[in-house]
Design a protein around this ligand. Sequence first.
Ligand SMILES: [Zn+2]
Length: 378
Amino acid sequence: MAKRLIAFDTTSRNSNLALIEFVRDYLDGYGVKSELVFDEGGGKANLYATIGPQDQGGIMLSGHTDVVPIDDQDWHTEPFQLIEKDDRLYGRGSSDMKSFVATVLSLVPVLVQRNLRTPVHLSFSYDEEVGCLGVRRLISVLAGRPNRPRLCIIGEPTMMQVGIGHKGKHTLHCRVHGHEAHSSLVHQGVNAIEAAAEIIARLKEIARRKRDHGPFDPDFEPPYSTIHTGLIQGGTALNIVPRECTFDFEIRPLPGEDIEPMIAELRDLAENRLLPEMRAVQPGTDIVIEERSSAPALNTPADAEVTQLAAALSGLNGTIKVPFGTEGGLFSAAGIPSIICGPGSIDQAHKPDEFVALDQIARCEAFLQRLIDRVSQR
Ligand SMILES: [Zn+2]
């Protein structure tokens, strides 16, 4: 099954429909009906299905179907062809996270054979890698339903440990609109790059404050909220005062930390310090800061039902917090408590020669078998 799933090039910029239709037909073959929740253009879809009683909420097994690009990566195997070598499966998405989806699907014959007391829901999303975009539509469809999932296990790679928390991730875009002038007449222009640089310097200042003064959570690496500027573009030539500068930055707050005061500080800098000076030269100049995507942090209590369940199924003591974002924050915020537990390691994700160890898949299979035993009629 992993071989089949990895063969679909579901890089986020592509449609995922070929994979989704394959899964739908596969489930259909076992008499399981799928519901597709499409994106605006109809080129991508989430798939949602329930096995077992339809009139109550059960346990959702959730994964994303998209993968990150292979562009400019030095692969030694064919990325969209699963290769088994040295007790590992190589291929794009092998650890993040098609092996989990494949393991779940491979157990569908068992799931339909058993008489389930508690339903098992399957949720396979699109566009997770580009800001957890796709699953939001599915969540809004499920939100009003009395039989929406009661809890959720997300199979992102944790080496089958139980992950109960991660930071949030907010991506923001800033556009500075200045005014062009000959570079010998700087006083007649408004330098967009310089204004952008002042905002970026403030971002760095806030980042240092978080690093030095917290808040801190020692379960995270690093143990504080982080901010970084990752892209910048501006200017046309050295002898022209630049009119435009844009940059992108991200904030990854610890669970419970509000990013609004940070944004407010930037807006205050823009509105009360930079813009008055800019507009004194040229009234039409502007600074626009907008949030491009936001995925909330995950902070599931150690004594929550879903945590206890996953701990029992994994047979491992203790829980972890993971360094990457997932759809779990969105599910939890929508009233579906979530944990992260899946085969493989995030160390291999997003890299060339991505792989998952076969013993991880075996452990995932055992985990899911125990889940099936638990929700079956005796
Ligand atoms: Zn992932």
